[in-house]
Design a protein around this ligand. Sequence first.
Ligand code: OFO
Length: 170
Amino acid sequence: MLSKKLADALNKQIGIEFYSSNLYLQMSAWADQQGLEGCASFLRAHAAEEMTHMARVFDYILEAGNLAEVGPIDGPPTNFDSAGKLFAQAYEHEKEVTAAIGNLVELCMEEKDFTTLNFLQWFVSEQREEEALYRTILDKFELIGTDGHGLFFIDREIGALRAGEAPPAA
Ligand code: OFO
């Protein structure tokens, strides 16, 4: 069984992963409305991937013999001003998730729960990949720019990226 403190913290992570999924789903709707099909499909896939993160934590809590709890989840914003701002926001969000995973790792060490520490290693690597992925996207905005046909090309490039996969080495 997990300690009450660790079970509570992992249950909070369920909410964070749900929120991530809802955020990317909402972002995909915004992108779709702007005619950015590549961005919309990338974000939609990322929303689905976040649900798998949620399920990993949910299942782990259950397997440990504790109660997995789906708490209230805040609604994501609906307007993102521009595609560049949207991806900057996604990157900031991933950094927050990385910090939340870091707090969980710290708690495992405090509690000497090495099984959960081991479970969290996957998330530690995943966050490194996701931050790198969003940095790659932000680089595209920087390099290509959104003037003229820029946004069209960026949208095509983002559509070709796959959420959940490490970006090619620069
Ligand atoms: Fe974006 O990795 Fe889960 O939240």
